[in-house]
Design a protein. Structure first.
Length: 320
């Protein structure tokens, strides 16, 4: 009798131990893995290549527009203000230390608010000024690329500024005014090695002239755009990554063949920027190279209705 009781207890303990063991093995394992028996890879949607949409092929670029572009002398940083038909579009905010210049640029151009803000990628010299700028100026829509290795950093900055994020896919367009658009060219492929090659690249064609805003795009992203078959010819090129030699390849210079090339930098801070090889390469295709640290508030580009392009020094403290 006693032997039977011990046998029953032993059997119960065996079952209990087996159940505990199974529970311990499944703890911390994703539910689908425990049930299916195979691990599933969770893909970060911002770290994946994108298909090129065809939106840009269906737009009609038309009309005469009042357009000025101020490539702001934001130090060793990027911030570009586009005025189009009385609206104001800001590409990047620069560093926190850039904000006085960015704010002065908005005043200089007669802005009362930023209608749309475009953040090209996660680096501080492009989005670091957002917290301070958002306290000083009303900002409307906020756009980012669909690809980033550090999207959380971008989203934290956007949320801190109480803005809503709109994600742009390659091939999409953003209407600035009737018949005037920003066309999204890149990024197309996710680059896990360098966030610069995940830059939002925009093209604007106005009054018969084309401006290409290359952000911090380097050789790898340049190749993806050239292979995608985009027409990269432009009249004004915002040179990628401050004119460092890891961007703006000879092939890209020949493909774009700009009349004007603007480099945003402070060479006293970044001695590798506005590199001689890049400046020489641009000059070789006939481009006039303008560097923001040689200007007061920045390089002011105006594109007249007849397509005439003028480049001037914007003077801080003056009202345009």
């Amino acid at each position: 009798m006693i032997k039977k009781i011990f046998s029953g207890i032993f059997a119960a303990l065996t079952v209990f131990t087996s159940l505990v063991g199974l529970a311990g093995c499944s703890e911390g394992v994703p539910e689908e893995t425990a049930s299916a028996g195979t691990a599933e890879t969770v893909t970060d949607p911002y770290r994946t290549d994108r298909e090129i949409r065809k939106d840009y092929e269906s737009i009609t670029i038309s009309g005469e527009h009042d357009v000025r572009i101020l490539f702001i002398n934001a130090g060793s940083a990027d911030s570009i203000l586009v005025e189009a038909d009385g609206q104001y579009f800001l590409i990047d905010t620069g560093l926190g230390s850039s904000v006085p210049k960015v704010s002065a640029a908005l005043e200089y151009m007669g802005a009362e608010k930023v209608d749309k803000l475009f953040l090209t990628h996660s680096h501080g010299d492009h989005i670091g000024g957002l917290p301070m700028l958002s306290e000083m100026w009303s900002i409307g829509d906020c756009y980012t690329a669909a690809i980033s290795g550090e999207m959380g950093k971008i989203q934290t900055a956007i949320k801190g500024a109480s803005l809503e994020q709109t994600i742009l896919e390659p091939g999409q367009v953003v209407e600035l005014s009737e018949g005037l658009y920003f066309e999204v060219l890149g990024p197309i492929r996710f680059n896990p090695m360098d966030e610069n090659d995940n830059s939002l690249v925009l093209r604007m064609t106005v009054n018969g002239k084309t401006v290409l805003f290359a952000a911090d795009m380097q050789h790898d992203e340049e190749k993806t755009l050239m292979r995608a078959g985009f027409d990269l010819r432009c009249d004004v090129l915002k040179v990628g990554n401050h004119g460092n030699k890891d961007a703006t390849s000879t092939a890209f210079i020949e493909e774009t063949s700009p009349d004007y090339a603007v480099i945003t930098t402070d060479r006293k801070v970044d001695g590798n920027s506005a590199h001689k090889s890049i400046c020489n390469g641009l000059a070789a295709v006939g481009a006039e190279v303008l560097i923001t640290d040689e200007y007061d508030l920045g390089v002011l580009c105006a594109i007249a209705h007849d397509g005439t392009i003028t480049m001037e020094n914007a003077v801080w403290g003056h009202v345009s």
